[in-house]
Design a protein around this ligand. Structure first.
Ligand SMILES: Nc1ncnc2c1ncn2[C@@H]1O[C@H](COP(=O)(O)OP(=O)(O)O)[C@@H](O)[C@H]1O
Ligand SMILES: [Mg+2]
Length: 329
């Protein structure tokens, strides 16, 4: 991705790649902290160290290049500039030559209220994300998404599918830089996008496969959607499996537009839902605005009877005035 950004002038954090630990440390010393150290390969979501001090950065280099904690995924590293700003996710559907934007969404990666504690797969999300204004969305399409799609095609490596850009909207310039690409929908952003999508998803995916996205437009429900993730207590660390979840049907009835997505459940021999994973439920609702969507989603969450689970009480906090919710259990 970084090579493609260089070649097609796509804005991203300045960087260098290394296989030699002392060369990496020398570069880190020259650049100063904060600085970001990334394993080049796949590392189960744990391969990025945002180092606030030089010491932390050196430790990251040693753990990846000398101790090989990520195996071969960490034998090459990327050291990159620390970007300061607000993160946002941007999704586009790509047909190999052209791309159409999906609506914006923003997720919450940290496990605890106020964005504290360890990183997770995502504890909640909302759509649209007010930070991605219409102007900013066209900047992202013109400066990041379309050059990527054209670049991939020019490299003889056409991309067809969902392109998920992780962005940093830089504080100092207000402009977006590309942090990473994922080539799939994001969870939990997908839940809020899907409940807002009014067009036929199968039709647009088929159009993408056939290289026929030009001229396709998508219809979205007005207003907002929010998803609150319910996870097993202990997640993202170790957690108990098989705890019983009750009242799911009642929770879906408690407010209009509530939809509960199951991510890690099964039925036990008595027909009860039990939790089988870390992130277990995506409790989603729509509303005329973000506040209404949030109130409905949390009403449903509070109706669910799951002593083995927990959730964040502040999903949407960046976009909403502060309001606290009673925590369960
Ligand atoms: N250059 C950067 N500056 C500041 N924060 C960063 C930078 N790169 C990554 N991060 C932070 O680290 C997180 C994980 O990095 P990312 O590249 O998305 O890797 P992955 O999601 O594959 O673990 C990002 O969501 C962001 O919070
Ligand atoms: Mg990421």
């Amino acid at each position: 991705m970084k090579n493609l950004c260089d070649k097609y002038r796509i804005p991203t954090a300045k960087y260098k790649t290394f296989t030699d630990p002392s060369a990496a440390k020398k570069y880190i010393q020259e650049q100063g902290a904060p600085i970001v150290v990334k394993a080049d390969g796949l590392a189960a979501g744990k391969g990025v160290i945002v180092a606030m001090t030089l010491e932390e950065a050196y430790e990251a280099v040693d753990s990846m290049l000398i101790e090989n904690v990520f195996g071969t995924a960490g034998c090459r590293i990327v050291v990159e500039e620390f970007l300061e700003g607000e993160e946002a996710s941007f999704f586009a559907l790509v047909d190999g030559e052209n791309a159409i934007p999906l609506e914006s969404a923003q997720d919450h990666k940290r496990v605890g209220d106020g964005d504290t504690g360890p990183n997770t797969g995502g504890m909640g999300a909302y759509s649209p994300a007010p930070i991605l204004t219409k102007e900013l969305q066209s900047v992202v399409m013109e400066s990041i998404i379309l050059p990527t799609v054209k670049g991939m095609s020019a490299e003889g490596c056409k991309f067809v599918g969902v392109l998920y850009a992780g962005l940093m909207i830089e504080k100092k310039s207000g402009l977006p830089k590309l942090i990473e690409y994922n080539v799939r929908f994001g969870d939990p952003e997908c839940q809020v996008l899907m409940v807002r999508l009014e067009s036929d998803l199968a039709q647009v995916l088929l159009a993408a496969c056939r290289g026929e996205l030009t001229g396709v437009t998508l219809n979205w429900s007005p207003g907002s959607a929010m998803v609150v993730v319910m996870a097993s207590k202990g997640y993202p660390g170790s957690y108990e499996k098989g705890t019983v979840i009750r009242n799911l049907e009642e929770a879906e009835q408690v407010a209009p537009s509530v939809k509960i997505f199951h991510a890690g459940t099964a039925l036990d021999s008595d027909g009860n839902f039990i939790a089988t994973g870390g992130r277990v439920l995506g409790v989603t609702a729509k509303g005329k605005d973000l506040e209404e969507a949030r109130d409905r989603a949390y009403q449903a969450v509070e109706e669910i009877n799951w002593p083995g689970g927990f959730y964040r009480r502040d999903i949407g906090w960046r976009a909403l005035p502060q309001k606290q919710f009673a925590s369960q259990g």
